[in-house]
Design a protein around this ligand. Structure first.
Ligand SMILES: [Zn+2]
Length: 145
């Protein structure tokens, strides 16, 4: 197991413990985790704090040179909003835990030159399946359905 994906899974589990949606994210630069985050829509009543957005917000202001050396990890395939942020800041690499529960615009992100790696991790998938079975309305709200 990739230790960075494991750190994102730990974030997802923390979100679940808080009563939130179990999706986690970390930002890695030069082999170090510089920020962590998890989906905070329920916890903070937020419209935009998906795991990736929470992680990037926690990273604070970074320079373009920093983003260009970054890899964004997420336990779930990034949605339109989060993928758009990756493109905006020129983050060159994204590692995705799974995309069976939800698949964002991966082909488009790749077409824009991002190296997107799919791990298809069972634990990431199972966290979401258990959550959706328990709280389907919260999940549908998260993806705008
Ligand atoms: Zn998102």
């Amino acid at each position: 197991m990739d230790k960075f994906l494991q750190a994102a899974i730990d974030e997802a589990k923390q979100g679940l413990e808080e009563g939130g949606i179990p999706i986690g994210s970390v930002l890695v630069i030069d082999g170090e985790i510089v920020a962590r985050g998890h989906n905070q829509r329920v916890q903070k009543g937020s419209s935009v704090l998906h795991a990736e957005m929470d992680c990037l917000e926690n990273a604070g202001r970074l320079t373009a040179a920093d983003y260009k050396r970054a890899t964004l990890y997420s336990t779930l395939s990034p949605c339109d909003m989060c993928s758009g942020t990756v493109l905006l800041y020129g983050i060159p690499k994204v590692v995705v835990g799974e995309n069976r529960t939800f698949k964002g615009p991966e082909e488009y992100v790749r077409s824009r030159g991002v190296e997107l790696t799919l791990v298809d991790d069972q634990e990431c998938y199972q966290l979401m399946q258990d959550f959706i079975a328990a709280k389907p309305e919260l999940w549908n709200e998260d993806i705008g359905e």
